[in-house]
Structures are given as C-alpha cells and as structure tokens.
Design a protein around this ligand. Sequence first.
Ligand code: FAD
Length: 332
Amino acid sequence: MKNFEFASPQTEAEAVGLLQDHGGRTAVLAGGTDLVGLLQADLVAPERVVDVRQIQSMSGVRREADGLWVGALTTLDDVLASPMLKPYLSLVQVADAHHAIQIQSSGTLGGDLCHLPNCWYYRNGYGLLAMKDGESLVETGDNRYHAILGNSGPAKFVNASRFAPALIAWGAKVRIIGPAPDQVEIVPLEYFYISPKSANQGNTILKPGQLISHIWLPAIEPTHVSATYEVLQMEGLDWPLATASVTLDVEGGIVRAARVVLGHVAPTPWVSLEAASLLRNQMVTEDLANAVGAAAVSKATPLSNNEYKVQIAKTAVKRAVLKAVGQLEGGL
Ligand SMILES: Cc1cc2nc3c(=O)[nH]c(=O)nc-3n(C[C@H](O)[C@H](O)[C@H](O)COP(=O)(O)OP(=O)(O)OC[C@H]3O[C@@H](n4cnc5c(N)ncnc54)[C@H](O)[C@@H]3O)c2cc1C
C-alpha cells in the first residue's frame, strides 16, 4: 500500500474541497469494506483518502412531498430498519440477502453504488478493460462470471452494485456534489453508469473530486409493487451470478407500468425495455412471466464460458415478476 493523507471532514462542502486537491487523485472512504482492500492491493492509489463517515447530512432518510432523500452513508442495516424504506420491498430484499452482519453494519448504499467491478482480471491489476499486449484477457480467458449483455465493446466486466437494479427500477436519482464548491447535479441512476471504451475511463460518470451525497426515491403509491430476485451460489456472502429487479404499477390486477432491470449481466445495470413492454396492460401469469424473462435476454451474446448465465438471468426476471405480484410461492 502506498502512503496517503487521511482527512475526515464534517460537512459536504469540506469533503468536496478535500477531494479536489492533488489534482483529484483522491478517494472517498465510506464503510471501507471494499476500498481498504483496493488500497492494500495498490489497485487504487490516491494521494488523499477522504473519510466521509462524520458528515451528518449524508446519513439517514428524509421524507419530502414527492419522495425520499436517502443519505449515501445509509448502511444495509439502516435499509432493513427504516420504516420509510420498508415499502420499497425490492431494496429491502437486497439488503436482507447479504447474509453477513459485518457487511450489513458497515457497508453503505453509496459504497455499493460505486463498488468497482469484481472482475478477477481487474482485481489482479489488468485494468477495467482487462487488456494484456493489446488482447482482451476476458475473451480468451476465464469469463464465466462476465457480461452476457452489452459486451460488444472493450468492457466485459459486470457492474458490481447489488442495489442499483432495484433503485433504477424505482426510478431513483443520485445527488452528485463537486468538484466545484456548491456544484450539485441530480442524475437518474440509470445514466450514472458507463461502459468504458478506453483505459482512462471509469465505470461511472463521477469525475475526480465528485461524490454521491444522497439517493432520491420517488414516493410510493399503493398500486406499486416490487421485487428483486438474486441468483447466488452460496447462502452466505456472495456475489450474484445474475439478478433482476422489477417495479410494477398494478391496478385491478392489470400492470399499468413496469420497469425491469437486470444486474450482474452487463458492464452497467441493464434496463430491459423489451421485458417491460410485454408486461404493460397485461395480467401477470406464469406464461407471461416466462415470456418477459425470455425477452430480457433475447439480445444476450454470451462469451465462451458463460452461456449458463443466459438461463439464470431469464429465470431471475421471471421469478422477480412473479415475486412482485405474490405468485412465486410453490412450483417453481
Ligand atoms: C471480504 C469482503 C467480501 C465482500 N464480499 C461481498 C459479496 O460477496 N457480495 C456483496 O454484495 N458484497 C460484498 N462485500 C461488501 C461490499 O464491499 C459492500 O456491500 C459495499 O458494496 C461497499 O460499501 P462501503 O460503504 O464499505 O464502500 P467503500 O469500501 O467505502 O467504498 C467502495 C467504493 O465506493 C467509493 N465510494 C464510497 N462511497 C462513495 C460516495 N458516497 N460517493 C462516491 N464514491 C463512493 C469508494 O471510493 C470505493 O471506490 C464484501 C466486503 C468484504 C470486506
């Protein structure tokens, strides 16, 4: 690990100022469950680490007329305990599925959203594009956990965030602060992620000196239902092979609006418009859920070792749809 300065600001403005120095060669520390490992492995080598955990305004959940402002420091345990977040079932299901008390008490929503990919080539120092001597290590190597969608460009990793699919299905936005003092942007989370095209690009729109301070969730209506279905190899702490989150607006048993978002299948969370359009103005049945799953993966282009993920992603979508309307019990 390289030496770095350590700063612990009390306010968002102080944090932005501290992140701007050293030409933006700085890093945000939240729960630290991933960043500490990245620092130890020299995969991230900032000149200053800015620990944002003392910033009160970035904690807690606040209700406003049109929705909720959720602090980026909200931990997974806070998600499980918050009466205001409880109706957003698809989010609570993600927090609950972590099955690791240390991570649930320390890991934050902001840290989850900005979690760097778990691609083993990236984690062994080959960069996000995993290139060696001009060749993609993913294409020729072990790509069993890599992307099956959105993988025609140089990025083949899968986005690591577990909460992003559910948040995007709810139409969440992120409040980004910096790099200039008082600079604030509110961006739909759907547009926060990018699939890098060159080695000097990251996997989000965050520029040096910026951080997420809050996540905005729209107010929930009585007709809204949601669910997340994650496929994991282990019962305990694990990274999903594929996930699906759906949010539906159901009136009189008919789906009026739908959002379907897959996770761990592409370099960004994958919004499936094809799947959502099949649900609109329909009553959910198992046959329809099957067709929605098939539509979600209809454009999949698996790599040499990950064809199996297509079926898993399809099933995750089908089960998320059925789970959202309370039809998952038994027989699946
Ligand atoms: C040994 C170990 C194994 C794990 N395995 C799994 C697993 O199998 N499955 C799983 O789901 N989770 C796993 N995790 C947990 C995962 O790291 C956390 O769930 C969470 O995603 C990270 O949150 P954090 O607050 O600790 O982030 P940090 O480690 O503090 O930060 C993560 C990244 O986000 C950036 N960041 C943090 N907050 C912000 C912000 N507000 N704005 C901008 N950037 C920010 C950091 O700079 C860093 O790059 C594991 C953790 C550990 C320690």
